[in-house]
Design a protein around this ligand. Structure first.
Ligand SMILES: [Zn+2]
Length: 142
């Protein structure tokens, strides 16, 4: 991770994302995360070397979180294309050092409504990964 300029999350499960997040925090490597299911998706950029940057676990603090799967819930294929393209653009933004426009935000896409929404994602001081919190572990969630 320390030798990478950026890590692009193309996994499909939370345990892998938590592991990537911690590795990126440890190595101070930028992390561009994306996910999609059904008609929705989201993209976010995390920059561990920036004091104001949240991390993936600021977004999902509970490592015991269980998620719906594309196998069970389905995924509208064009949504993956939309989210993948936005993730690629966010990655290029990080690589070019253009200010990482997506840091501290989450872009949400609703393919059914054909709408994008951008919400602020501040760093969580109690985050179990980058803050003072303690990781609840995989069995603590509902
Ligand atoms: Zn965090």
């Amino acid at each position: 991770m320390a030798e990478a300029d950026v890590v692009v999350d193309c996994t499909d499960n939370f345990p892998s994302r938590f592991t990537l997040n911690r590795a990126c925090l440890s190595a101070s490597t930028p992390f561009v995360s994306a996910a999609a299911i059904r008609w929705q998706g989201h993209v976010a950029t995390f920059l561990p070397d920036r004091a104001d940057s949240p991390c993936f676990q600021c977004l999902y603090p509970d490592e015991g979180v269980t998620a719906a799967t594309c196998a069970a819930e389905g995924i509208m294929a064009p949504v993956v294309g939309v989210i993948g393209s936005m993730q690629a653009l966010a990655t290029i933004d990080v690589l070019l050092g253009k200010g990482a426009a997506l840091c501290g935000k989450v872009m949400l896409f609703d393919g059914l409504a054909m709408e994008w929404q951008t919400i602020a994602l501040p760093r969580n001081p109690q985050c179990p990964a980058c803050g003072a919190g303690t990781a609840p572990g995989p069995s603590a969630g509902a």
